[in-house]
Design a protein. Structure first.
Length: 108
């Protein structure tokens, strides 16, 4: 297992747990499509990553790979919590509110 492989596990761990965190936050905000998409992606990433780590085990580097992957997962959680979902989804709500308000203003 090379250092590039370990870096790859770290980056995949970040992305995976970023998606997990975003998924939970989308579910909490009742954003069904976003929750379904993140659920699919996080499942694919986790299954492929774990398969690669477990089938490529060697006595010297397997524990290191697992620790690096776990470190990436913790960074992914941190990054996922930094993202402001209200700002991501508020643009759609504001546009819809403006469309609904326009006919009411015209009739007054």
């Amino acid at each position: 297992m090379t250092d590039i492989t370990l870096l790859g596990y770290f980056l995949v761990g970040i992305l995976q747990d970023f998606l997990v965190t975003m998924n939970m936050r989308c579910v909490a905000k009742d954003k069904t499509a976003a929750a379904v998409g993140t659920s699919f992606l996080m499942t694919m990433l986790s299954m492929v990553s774990l398969y690669n780590i477990l089938t490529g085990l060697d006595q010297q580097r397997s524990l290191v790979a697992i620790i690096v992957y776990a470190a990436g997962i913790s960074v992914g959680t941190y990054l996922g919590m930094l993202l402001d979902l209200d700002k991501m989804f508020s643009g759609k709500r504001k546009a819809k509110a403006k469309q609904e308000a326009a006919p009411k203003q015209a009739s007054v």
